[in-house]
Design a protein around this ligand. Structure first.
Ligand code: IPE
Ligand code: IPE
Ligand code: MG
Length: 237
């Protein structure tokens, strides 16, 4: 935790397509240009002692985009993992991917596993890429896993009767990640688009106009400033 009380910054990285269209380029150019913004967000997190940075990179609904765009996004993910491997580790970053991994290719899953293992002892920053993720999917998979544990007698009748918010959270993919203090969305849309539906219960929502490929550390700092002026009450007075 830093002096501003922010442990976890989460970003809905939106506006790549519009950024490319404004330049008369294919949408995929916007996704490529967005990589440098990811680096800006990582740097800003480290400078500000934010321990967790999660990035919404691809939603379950994004699988419905044209196949060519989906393929390009997945290959960009694969190539970035290869290219940034050493740099991420040198910076002390622990890399993770959370989401519906069963929909990813074997090649991409192997590369993700490799980088997750390679960086698992790092503690400077938890970088969490939310890939093939959606909030409803997360809650559903948690409920299914819980039902399965009950069926297999992995949890007793008594434990089942005492399921609490916190024991249910142990089944979400974010089980060891604190809820986001800030959810920052770029590119002017003011919605969650099926992001952290459970985890966002008390997140401060911040919306900015910057398109993701134009995002800089200054935008990050601006979000921290907006957050510092918010009063979080968590339902109390
Ligand atoms: C965000 O940019 C990246 C992903 C959702 C994968 P978009 O591709 O949604 O860009 P816009 O919203 O069309 O401009
Ligand atoms: C949300 O953006 C998903 C990501 C940024 C990865 P979308 O661009 O898919 O959201 P909608 O369709 O505008 O709600
Ligand atoms: Mg979008």
């Amino acid at each position: 935790m830093n002096s501003k009380g922010i442990k976890h910054m989460s970003i809905i990285m939106d506006g790549n397509g519009r950024w490319a269209e404004l330049r008369g380029e294919p949408r995929s150019m916007g996704h490529i240009a967005g990589i440098k913004s990811v680096k800006q967000a990582i740097e800003a997190s480290i400078v500000n002692n934010v321990e967790y940075l999660s990035l919404y990179a691809f939603s379950e609904e994004n699988w419905s985009r044209p196949q060519e765009e989906v393929d390009k996004l997945m290959s960009l993910m694969l190539s970035s993992i290869g290219k940034e491997r050493e740099e991420l580790n040198n910076q002390g970053i622990r890399f993770r991917v959370l989401g519906n991994r069963s929909r990813l290719s074997l090649e991409l899953n192997n590369a993700i596993d490799d980088l997750m293992q390679f960086t698992e002892d790092n503690t400077k920053l938890h970088l969490i890429i939310m890939l093939s993720y959606s909030g409803k999917w997360d809650i559903l998979q948690a409920a299914k896993a819980l039902a399965q544990d009950y069926k297999l007698n992995k949890i007793s009748e008594e434990e089942f009767n005492q399921i609490s918010l916190s024991s249910f959270e142990d089944y979400l993919v974010t089980r060891d990640v604190p809820d986001p203090d800030i959810i920052l969305r770029t590119a002017s849309e003011q919605r969650l688009s099926n992001y952290f539906l459970w985890q966002a219960s008390y997140s401060e929502l911040i919306f900015i106009d910057t398109l993701w490929p134009d995002f800089t550390k200054e935008d990050y700092d601006k979000a921290l400033k907006i957050f510092s002026k918010r009063e979080r009450r968590f339902g109390k007075v």
